[in-house]
Design a protein around this ligand. Structure first.
Ligand code: KG4
Length: 337
């Protein structure tokens, strides 16, 4: 029996989870509300909140799993990418706890965690993807198309050359005066609007790379001009604007996804990252796969945002391969898959 404790502290969620032989026993997340009034994550405040949360969160994950620390085989932790101060809290905690328990540590690339989140099983017979598969990883910091050949063999086929899809949602939401992070607000408003009410020019980027910064600028100019004519424009057209910008972002995402499927010939498509919680994105990917006879893996919403269950499952596979981490390993702020 292999029991892994996962620890995630790369941004503003402190999370701990326990996975036993691939089955999820617990997943505890403490989100940090301290950033709300600043309209974005404040790194120093995030580190301090992680320090306050980490002991109770790990304790709760172990108790909810119905195990004791001595049952653990290893501790997996997010080593990067992310905020260095935040990562340092999880990394140091994992090292200290592993020394105390005399068990190994396994370092996890946060992006691998998102990709491998589809392997978390909550029930014995939950279906997991077959390799190779294509992942559309869309979050606040990344937009990547990744060909996944195995848990440790991933190739980035395309990535954003400027803003990530989540940033496009958040920046457009900010222009509309919505709170941070704006993605979920756009999602909610879009459900009530006409997605063809407004048209925005889409970027023409060769290959499988993405670009989202032009869209934000187009959105800004459209609103600026319209507000000059009618100061209540945004207020009146909120839902239509949200639906139109969401449709455009989805179209940009799907166009490259279709190209990547064609090029690779994969039979399975998965999505992951914060933006994969978006209702429109989920529907578009499900429909795309259905039309082409592909298998779609759309994560439960609780596994789209940062969580330690995905860290634990990624750590589980590395543990099976005896890929342990030395104690002098430092966190890293940036990395790709
Ligand atoms: O993966 P994630 O939790 O962490 C970062 O990479 O930062 O992704 C956060 C991003 C934010 O940009 C947020 O607005 C977006 O995911 N997001 C959404 C939705 N839920 C979260 N975007 C669109 N629709 C949603 N429902």
């Amino acid at each position: 029996m292999i029991t892994i404790l996962g620890i995630e502290s790369s941004c503003d969620d402190t999370s701990a989870a326990v996975i036993r032989d691939g089955l999820l026993l617990s997943n505890v997340i403490a989100s940090q509300s301290v950033h709300e009034e600043y309209g974005g994550v404040v790194p120093e405040l995030a580190s301090r909140a992680h320090q306050q949360n980490i002991v109770p969160v790990v304790d709760a994950a172990i108790k909810r799993a119905g195990i004791t620390p001595s049952d653990l085989s290893a501790i997996a932790f997010t080593r990067g990418p992310g905020l260095l101060g935040s990562l340092l809290v999880g990394t140091s905690f994992a090292k200290g706890m592993s020394l105390g328990l005399r068990i190994p540590i396994v370092d996890v690339n946060h992006l691998h965690g998102h990709v491998l989140s589809h392997f978390i099983r909550e029930k014995e017979h939950d279906e997991v993807p077959e390799y190779p598969f294509l992942t559309l990883l869309i979050s606040g910091g990344n937009s990547q198309l990744i060909l996944v050949r195995s848990y440790n063999d991933m190739e980035i086929l395309g990535r954003t050359i400027d803003d990530a899809a989540g940033e496009a949602f958040d920046k457009c939401a900010k222009i509309m005066g919505l709170p941070y992070p704006g993605g979920p607000h756009i999602d909610r408003l879009a459900a009530e609007g006409d997605s063809h009410a407004f048209k925005f020019t889409k970027p023409h980027i060769p290959g499988l790379d993405y670009s989202f910064s032009g869209l934000k600028t187009a959105f800004l100019y459209t609103l600026r001009d319209a507000v000059k004519q009618d100061p209540d424009f945004v207020e009146k057209h909120r839902a239509h604007l949200a639906a139109s910008i969401q449709r455009t972002i989805i179209e940009i995402l799907m166009e490259k996804l279709a190209k990547a499927v064609e090029q690779t010939g994969v039979k399975t498509v998965a999505i992951g990252g914060g933006v994969s919680a978006n209702s429109g994105v989920r529907d578009a990917v499900a429909q795309f796969c259905q039309e082409r006879g592909l298998k779609a893996f759309i994560p439960a919403r609780k596994f789209t945002t940062d969580n330690a269950a995905m860290v634990a499952i990624a750590g589980y596979y590395k543990y099976l391969d005896h890929q342990f981490c030395p104690y002098d390993a430092a966190p890293y702020a940036r990395v790709t898959v």
